[in-house]
Design a binder for this molecule. Structure first.
Ligand code: ADE
Length: 314
């Protein structure tokens, strides 16, 4: 992408090219491994994700890990060796589920009647096959931090497997033998990976061409390339006045260039106020234009490490 150029400075061709994720596949398939598949049904059947599925851009197969537990009680957890509170996800049902599914064509699902008792053959002691057809991503607070860049990276795959951890986590041998990536959606602990998986499915899917209705897609979202990685500014709609507060005049002026300049400045101001770390990063990666830098310097902002940065002790 042309670095350092904001949207209004690009030709239509450049925008068209940049709006579609480079190397983005036409469609993406998620295999989700979870102990709670019904947690997904509501969110996946509404709005943008439902529309993406209708258009066959998004397909998802939910796999209940418990269906792959073969003991009498279909046990998926165990006490931690060495003691301590909480339970740990046992490795066999997770490995059996993931390996059975990823060794079969995309979209395959265990028939309901086969759960527990009539599973496809699986050799538990066979070493794991290297090179699954899809990255196998574990959702865990210990993973690398998911963000817009990671969403863009994942959107280049046509198939992804998401493994939702539960309890105190999964047996470490699942990590070492099966998992190819670990992602966290933030520094907080959820009761399991399901909400994290949903967040990732949503963020990745909206990047695919044809998912969002409008012409620039997710290109102008906060954190995205179109905004050089900074935050979106304020948005207004009807009515023109609400409880004595009016829509900024520039937005109703019909002057396109002024509207674009105002929006860019609002983005910069909002980012300066709320996420100065993003401004520093955008600057370091050459994504701020000279006009941006001039505007920011008038707000008293200096690129980190610049000579007139105040000294740490004042
Ligand atoms: N599972 C529990 N907490 C999580 C988090 N913050 N991100 C991803 N998966 C999780």
């Amino acid at each position: 992408m042309a670095q350092g150029k904001v949207l209004e400075q690009r030709t239509d061709d450049e925008i068209d090219k940049a709006c579609v994720q480079e190397e983005a596949p036409d469609a993406i398939h998620f295999d989700v491994f979870t102990l709670f598949p019904s947690m997904f049904t509501g969110p996946l059947s509404e709005s943008i994700l439902a529309r993406a599925q209708k258009k066959d851009i998004l397909t998802i197969t939910l796999h209940n890990i418990r269906d792959y537990a073969t003991d009498r009680h279909h046990t998926c957890d165990g006490y931690p060796y060495g003691g301590g509170g909480g339970m740990v996800m046992r490795p066999e049902p997770v490995a059996r589920a993931v390996e059975t599914v990823l060794n079969r064509p995309q979209g395959w699902q265990l028939p309901e009647a086969s759960a527990h008792f009539d599973l496809p053959a699986w050799e538990p002691d066979k070493p794991p096959v290297a090179g699954h057809p899809a990255p196998v991503v574990l959702l865990t607070p210990q993973g690398r931090r998911f963000n817009q860049d990671v969403a863009a990276e994942l959107s280049k795959h046509s198939r992804l497997a998401l493994v939702c951890g539960r309890y105190e986590g999964v047996d470490e041998r699942i990590r070492t033998q099966l998992i190819t990536d670990e992602l966290s959606i933030g520094d907080f602990v959820l009761s399991g990976g399901e909400f994290a998986a949903l967040a990732i499915i949503d963020a990745v899917t909206r990047l695919l061409p044809g998912v969002l209705g409008h012409e620039t897609g997710a290109y102008n979202d906060s954190f995205s390339d179109g905004l050089s990685g900074i935050l979106e500014g304020p948005q207004f709609t009807r009515p023109p006045e609400f409880r004595g507060e009016s829509v900024p005049e520039v937005l109703t002026s019909g002057h396109h260039a002024n509207v674009q300049r105002w929006r860019r400045q609002q983005s910069l101001l909002r980012t300066l106020e709320r996420r100065p770390d993003l401004l520093a990063l955008a600057c370091e990666t050459g994504r701020l234009t000279p006009e941006d830098l001039l505007f920011l310097s008038r707000q008293g902002w200096r690129p980190p490490g610049s000579s007139d940065d105040p000294l740490p002790n004042g």
